[in-house]
Design a protein around this ligand. Structure first.
Ligand code: SF4
Ligand code: FE
Length: 481
């Protein structure tokens, strides 16, 4: 089986014996818990789309490892077209779910570890790449989700891993045993962790020789003994617990992150892809960052599409869609959103082959794309809220419509223009509220700043990658120096 169905995926996640806690309580089945069901459904959509005839050209690919048709979310990119199709696929997913659908961090991490294990073997004489290829074949043939586990807790950020008072502030090898290693530490903000079959762990920063124990990459099944998931809270998440869930805004989907702790977890040798090669940690982080920063110019743009659509709809309902300033603001939203997409597509269009044969995006353009992502979704959200008016945060609950004492007041006074009705108006407003203030804002706003690295990380890379010297030469030549 190389393509799993949506329902089979949800069943497989529900059956995992992973140790998940939500608000202090152990959860038996993640897709069946009201708080974590929408994120599971969002990820499941990556399976559903691959089964749709009109989406197969984007959501499936031919594996260069097995020759089989696989889900593109497990594909090692083989050319520029693959890089572009990934961005287009992510935009499509953003349009369908209006949230973080979680499967691309693992995809970007697999492409990174594939390239880096090849570099390691070539430059340092190790034997990791074949192991990783075996892991990839397993993932592709079974259509599984590995979560990318990168960010460490970092303790005192002025100190490197090996100088921390508590050495576990960065995930590390605590013991080498016959046939494997023992791991301790925690990874933060792990996107889709509770909806993943496997955990693919990589270092979070460049390392020095004394940090050797922290230079580790490996994969373990999500229900491995010693692994615990502590689910991240989101604004308005308990609206999902209310009777009938009238005010969730996004009825079907959501994103999710979790803290993942590793308490002396044994990893067998065949699942270890880096063990002490500190020299390669920085390159790994930069390659992953480039892949994932470009991805944001797909997924966030798709969410932007939904927000622009919802804002245009509310302008119509309220009778403001023809006013020149509203048209101008919607044009501005589109301009910003398409600028984000352009950066991602450009980074893919200028992609290159790594020595492993896997393709990677242009890192400068990917970082420029992501730096824009740290800003434009906020401006797009501001314009959306400008057009909705204050009713966005003062409206009654949709549940109030059913109350015989007050429902008629809402129907009378919150209709908008003739022919519209208050339920429609409130539903659209709730969706805008979800994306710009609620659970959806975790995906669309805060994640846009910090996901795939915070703005300063992009500034550092842009400064390093830009060729200012040759630009100076152009200037000198033109003014006769
Ligand atoms: Fe995918 Fe976007 Fe979520 Fe990253 S933030 S995992 S690119 S949907
Ligand atoms: Fe992310």
């Amino acid at each position: 089986m190389t393509l799993m169905t949506r329902d089979a995926y949800l069943t497989s996640i529900g059956r995992l014996d992973n140790r998940v806690f939500i608000q202090g309580e152990r959860v038996e089945s993640v897709p069946d818990h009201p708080i974590s069901r929408p994120p599971a459904q969002a990820l499941a959509e990556t399976y559903e789309q691959a089964a749709q005839e009109d989406m197969k050209h984007l959501f499936t690919a031919r594996s260069h490892l097995t020759g089989e048709t696989i889900n593109r979310f497990t594909h090692i990119q083989q050319d520029v077209e693959d890089l572009i199709k990934k961005i287009l696929m992510l935009r499509e997913m953003g349009r369908k779910t209006a949230c973080c659908f979680q499967r691309c961090a693992g995809l970007d991490c697999m492409n990174t570890v594939y390239a880096i294990t090849h570099d390691l073997d070539r430059e340092l004489g190790t034997r990791y790449h074949d192991r990783f290829v075996d892991f990839m074949k397993y993932i592709q043939s079974n259509d599984l989700v590995p979560a990318a586990c990168m960010t460490d807790t970092k303790g005192d950020r002025s100190l490197p891993p090996s100088s921390q008072e508590d050495p576990d502030q960065y995930l590390r090898i605590v013991e080498e045993k016959k046939g494997g290693v023992v791991i301790r530490g925690a990874k933060l903000h792990i996107t889709g962790a509770v909806n993943s079959h496997e955990l693919l762990v990589v270092p979070t920063r460049a390392l020095r020789e004394e940090d050797r124990a922290y230079a580790v990459s490996f994969a373990v099944p999500a229900d491995t003994r010693g692994v615990t998931f502590i689910y991240g809270r989101q604004p308005s998440d308990t609206r999902r617990l209310e009777e009938g869930r009238p005010d969730v805004g996004n009825l079907y989907y959501g994103g999710c992150e979790a803290m993942v702790t590793f308490e002396d977890v044994f990893v067998p040798e065949e699942r270890v892809f880096m063990k002490g090669e500190y020299q390669m940690a920085g390159r790994l982080v930069e390659l992953f960052a480039a892949h994932h920063r470009a991805s944001y110019g797909g997924c966030k743009v798709g969410v932007g599409d939904v927000l622009i659509g919802a804002t245009a709809a509310i302008a119509e309902i309220q009778g403001t869609e023809k006013s020149s300033h509203v048209r101008d603001k919607i044009a501005e939203m589109i301009h910003l959103n398409e600028t984000l997409h352009a950066g991602a597509l450009a980074s893919a269009g200028r992609g290159y082959a790594t020595p492993s044969g896997a393709f990677a995006v242009d890192p400068l353009l990917a970082n420029v794309c992501k730096l824009n992502i740290t800003r434009f979704p906020f401006e797009i959200s501001r314009l959306a809220q400008d057009i909705t008016g204050g009713i966005l945060v003062t409206m009654p609950s949709l549940g109030d419509l059913d109350n015989p004492e007050i429902g008629h007041y809402i129907r009378k006074y919150l209709t908008g223009r003739k022919g519209e009705n208050s339920e429609k108006r409130l539903r659209i407003l709730r969706l805008i509220e979800n994306i710009t203030l609620g659970t959806g804002a975790v995906s669309y706003l805060t994640e846009s700043i910090h996901g795939a690295g915070s703005p300063q990380a992009q500034k550092i890379m842009i400064t390093r990658l830009a060729d200012v010297e040759s630009a100076k030469t152009c200037a000198y030549r033109l003014c006769g120096i």
